[in-house]
Design a binder for this molecule. Structure first.
Ligand SMILES: [Zn+2]
Length: 468
């Protein structure tokens, strides 16, 4: 939203804000569900059962088309292919992909205009926003088909969870990064209705124990069938519900955009009395992976893009080996991204899912590179292993780890009244046991924790160079 509109929005009463949200959504909806949505949806319904060979042939056909398109209409690729002696007419498919150098964030930052297609019919583009976790936002543009495909895979994710996403679908309470309620607002309502999609949009920025009482009231009134949100926000709702001895049964909970830790999944499933279906989607829209009802990993949506797990030199690694995710969009004709190097690390699983869908399984993306801690000896520590010292402590409302130096870690926490020095001692001792005695661990009691500009919560904030 542009700043003037945002200011007018902030000044409007809640009912008008709900009407504006609905109108804005109706416009987006035409983009999401118009065009080729039904075609994509039918394709995804069928292709989820294709065997690996058929999927690969389908992907290769699209890859060849997109590589030829890039060579012809995209200045950046015209030059890159010439420089590396790549003949787009002879490009066969995935076997030739590693010949194309990876595309980095830095390149997009410097040359995003040259990455856009020059063909007149590709000019209608929507600007995308990346999460900005690294503090350097990217200018990425999406074709209409890309946006439609994104909603088609999300629609399939909902159906795998036994739910329905669209206008005629399930009532859904959403707790994501939407800044729909002014940050300065102190009293409810901390939500707005999006009637266009039958959603109750709830703010992730006002989740204090006092405010949550009113969140639960509106949820009981709204009676959602689905909860959809950031793991950290849903975890806060779940914990407070459980502490009050209450439950709020729904059909399914959908999470995404942050690492979902096991302790969060357990609390959310207990509070909402259903399974959690997590999905991973890179903001740059090159990779999309989702959980099915077997929860054995994240199925890669292979119709969405070609995903490689690569070593530091951009060479593909076999299943079972962890590396950095490199993704190629099969739909973004307006700004083709071939072999975009994400900042996320994972591995392909070596087995197939028991649901029978041949779509490959990925490990959870638990090690977003920027969320790791780095020790003096160069070891990188994934955050999930650091959750253990916190598990036995009921006296902490919420916490966040900030690594300020190679040998200094600050634990920010919101204590409950019963929090004591003993708990601090326990945390320092247990964290040192995992990070080494030379790590200085300091406890800092705070009233609130830092969120990113998009409202995402990061449990680990690293301010040291990870050397990745
Ligand atoms: Zn499955």
């Amino acid at each position: 939203m542009n700043p003037v509109l945002k200011r007018l929005y902030d000044l409007a009463p809640a009912s008008v804000q709900s009407a504006l949200v609905s109108a804005f959504s109706a416009r987006l909806e035409r983009q999401r569900y118009g065009g080729r949505f039904e075609e994509f949806r039918a394709l995804l319904e069928e292709s989820q059962w294709w065997d690996a060979q058929k999927m690969r042939e389908w992907q290769d056909e699209r890859l060849r088309a997109i590589v030829r398109h890039a060579a012809e209409h995209v200045p950046y690729y015209r030059e890159l292919f010439r420089h590396h002696g790549i003949d787009a007419q002879k490009f066969r498919g995935q076997e030739d992909l590693p010949r194309i150098p990876v595309l980095t964030r830095e390149t997009i930052q410097r040359r995003s205009e040259e990455l856009k297609s020059r063909r007149p019919e590709d000019r209608r583009l929507t600007q995308g926003h990346t999460s900005g976790t690294t503090g350097s936002p990217l200018q990425i543009y999406y074709s209409d088909d890309m946006i439609t495909m994104n909603y088609a895979v999300m629609d399939r994710q909902y159906r795998w969870a036994g739910a329905r996403l669209q206008r005629d679908g399930d009532r859904t309470a959403v707790v994501r990064g939407n800044v729909i309620v002014p940050l300065s607002q102190k009293r409810p309502p901390f939500w707005r209705h999006n009637r266009s999609l039958n959603q109750l949009l709830m703010s992730s920025f006002h989740l204090t124990p006092e405010n949550l009482v009113s969140y639960f009231e509106v949820l009981r009134e709204f009676k959602p069938a689905v909860m959809d949100g950031y793991p950290s926000s849903l975890y806060v709702l779940a914990k407070v519900l459980l502490n009050r001895g209450e439950r709020l049964p729904v059909k399914a909970v959908i999470t995404s955009s942050e690492t979902l830790y096991d302790f969060q999944r357990e609390a959310i499933e207990a509070a909402f009395q259903c399974r959690v279906f997590d999905y991973y989607a890179a903001a740059e829209r090159v990779v999309f992976s989702v959980e099915c009802d077997r929860h054995e990993g994240h199925h890669l949506c292979e119709e969405y893009g070609v995903t490689e797990i690569c070593d530091e030199d951009g060479q593909p690694l076999p299943a079972g080996q962890e590396g950095v995710m490199v993704g190629t969009s099969l739909h973004n004709i307006g700004m083709p991204m071939l072999r975009y190097r994400t900042t996320d690390r994972t591995a392909f699983k070596t087995h197939e899912c028991s649901c029978g869908r041949p779509l490959r399984l990925m490990e959870d993306v638990t090690t977003k590179a920027e969320d790791l801690l780095r020790l003096k000896d160069g070891r990188l520590i994934p955050p999930s292993v650091l959750t253990h010292p916190f598990k036995p402590l009921d006296s902490i409302e919420a916490s966040q780890l900030v690594q300020t130096d190679l040998d200094r870690l600050v634990v920010r926490l919101i204590p409950r009244p019963e929090y004591s020095q003993r708990d601090s001692d326990h945390l320092v001792r247990e964290l040192k046991a995992r990070l080494g005695a030379d790590m200085r661990v300091e406890i800092e009691k705070v009233e609130r924790l830092e969120r990113t500009a998009r409202g995402k919560f990061k449990w680990v904030i690293s301010k040291v160079d990870l050397g990745l």
